[in-house]
Design a protein. Structure first.
Length: 561
């Protein structure tokens, strides 16, 4: 037994005895771990490493659970907002040009490149016709609650749908730090359309400046002026003063806005289309044409002007009603009555006196409406007023049924007083109808518009009598002719003046000048009103127009011939 045990005992061979050969000793490289014996890892080391990795896995799993499950919804929203943000591409607003192609409202870019700023020509006299806009507006978080320009007044408001265009959209991609990565246009913006107005901006600015200067010198508080093409109805000038700063209103300058809003001279009122004024004698040409059309009087028939009309008072025979003329004119026919603006003549053909039949209030009302008074003209501007033609129904509504209509009310209506009110635009329109043989045009603000009009049931022969009277008012050598100040050799003007008394005691006056030129072949009609100066102010609307016509002759001869 011991033999066998001894025989099974062997010696363990060392690794170096197996792998180390004397023949490769010269090539042995210890730096490459040749000849090194790798010892196996201990069980304790393996367990420790596994424990560390298990802890790390638990931490990551817990964090992932928190992010994806506990806070998953909120982080998903943040992720979407941070990485893909929709944004508005603002449409460029259309440019506004005048009839000569001059830009009078345009856009200028900004450093932030969000939306362009609206800029208006600095020339005076354009603010009311152009108006202003409000910009797109964002809240404190950057969300746009007003996404478009909004036209607030004037042409900007009336043609807003044409000018505004259509916004586009884009998607903005940002990284986790909010830094812009790329921008992709989803829907391109469509720019608004440009428009060309019938307005001649240089002509309008000069008209405004000259009238405003004259009004300040004479103590008038405001005024307005209109020039219309009598063939097309296009408006060449439409201005009102005082005016406001439409650039400041667009930019939202609060102090400027507040001052203009509180100004007692109402610079925000567009007097050309929204201002209502007693017309005074400028309506006499309408009633002259009416009397001729009704065959109440012939053009050559003379009426004696003694300086006043005395009407018996049935309630108090000792005190007749006196209706004064502004002067004694003697025997005058219709052309002369227009030229000297005889109140007595128009009292007579308006309400009748002695053996002369008058139109009466119903026909005065009808012909005034026939020429467009008492209703809006249809111009493409907001806020237009229709005005007032005094009638018995109007009087009953205003003063009550206990105050009946009297003959004196008819007389005063026939000379444009009492409750008569109209706008400067209405005045220019009816003067254009007298000048163009009875076409009552619809006023147009867009250049090259096709004319639209209503043909009045009046003969050209009757209207020619009226035109002759208006030309005679300028050219007559009579001392009492009313518009000799506009007798300018280089231009043929036919005109009519009007002075309307206003105030509780007639202590103020409005001054009118209306007319057309060239008198022999009319092309343009005009109406100007100067508002509220002291009664008796010597220099009114007609003298204010003379410098303008002289400027026209020297600088714009195309409008003279």
């Amino acid at each position: 037994m011991s033999f066998f045990r001894k025989s099974r005992k062997v010696r363990e061979i060392a690794p170096d005895e197996i792998f180390l050969d004397s023949s490769n000793l010269p090539e042995h490289d210890a730096k490459q771990f040749e000849g090194r014996v790798v010892m196996p890892l201990s069980r304790r080391a393996i367990i420790a490493a596994g424990a560390v990795f298990a802890c790390i896995a638990v931490v990551f799993a817990g964090r992932a659970f928190s992010l994806e499950v506990v806070q998953g919804s909120s982080f998903a929203d943040i992720s979407r907002a941070n990485t893909l943000q929709p944004s508005i591409v603002f449409a460029s607003r259309g440019v506004i040009r005048d009839r000569a192609g001059k830009e009078i409202a345009w856009n200028e870019g900004t450093s932030t490149d969000t939306f362009a700023l609206r800029v208006y020509a600095s020339s005076p006299g354009l603010s009311h016709v152009l108006g202003f806009v409000q910009y797109p507006k964002a809240d404190k978080t950057g969300q746009w609650w007003r996404e478009e320009y909004v036209g607030m007044s004037g042409v900007e408001a009336s043609f807003d749908a044409i000018l505004r265009g259509q916004n586009g959209s884009r998607m903005v991609e940002t990284d986790a730090r909010g830094q812009l990565q790329r921008t992709n246009i989803v829907v391109p913006a469509k720019a608004g359309n440009d428009i060309s107005l019938s307005i001649d901006s240089d002509l309008q600015s000069k008209l405004y400046s000259l009238l405003y200067s004259h009004a300040k010198e004479q103590g008038f508080q405001g005024g307005a002026a209109v020039i219309m093409d009598v063939e097309t109805g296009e408006i060449l000038a439409l201005t009102s003063f005082p005016e406001y700063d439409n650039n400041a209103f667009t930019s939202g300058a609060s102090s400027v806005i507040q001052d203009a809003t509180n100004d007692s001279h109402t610079p925000l009122l567009d007097r050309a289309v929204s201002g209502l004024y007693a017309p005074g004698s400028i309506v006499k040409p309408i009633f002259a044409a009416a009397a001729l059309n009704e065959r109440l009087i012939a053009p050559e028939t003379q009426i004696l002007s003694t300086g006043q009309l005395s009407v018996p008072n049935p309630y108090d025979p000792e005190h007749p009603s006196i209706f004064k003329d502004w002067s004694v004119h003697g025997l005058i026919n219709m052309r002369e009555a227009i030229a000297v603006s005889s109140d007595e003549y128009f009292y007579t053909i308006g309400g009748g006196f002695g053996g002369q039949q008058g139109l009466g209030i119903e026909r005065l009302d009808r012909y005034a409406r026939l020429f467009g008074l008492g209703s809006t003209t249809g111009i493409a501007l907001r806020g237009e007023q229709d005005g007032v033609i005094p009638t018995p129904a109007w009087k009953a509504q205003v003063f009550g049924e206990n105050d009946p209509w009297r003959i004196g009310d008819t007389y005063h209506t026939a000379i444009g007083q009492y409750g008569f009110q109209l706008t400067p635009l209405q005045a220019a329109r009816f003067i254009a109808a007298i000048a163009n043989d009875g076409n009552l045009l619809n006023p147009r603000l867009i250049a090259s518009s096709s004319p639209e009009f209503t043909k009045l049931p009046l003969s050209d022969a009757d209207l020619q009598v009226v035109r002759d009277g208006m030309r005679l008012a300028v050219t007559s050598k009579r001392k009492d002719a009313t518009v000799k100040i506009l007798n300018i050799p280089q231009i043929e003007i036919a005109a009519k003046t009007g002075t309307a008394q206003i105030g509780a005691h007639n202590e103020y006056m409005n001054s009118w000048s209306v007319g057309f030129w060239p008198a022999s072949r009319p092309r343009f009609a005009y109406a100007v009103v100067l508002e509220k100066a002291r009664a008796g102010t010597p220099s009114g609307a007609a003298p204010a127009m003379r410098p303008f016509f002289e400027w026209l002759i020297a600088n714009r001869p195309e409008y003279v011939r």
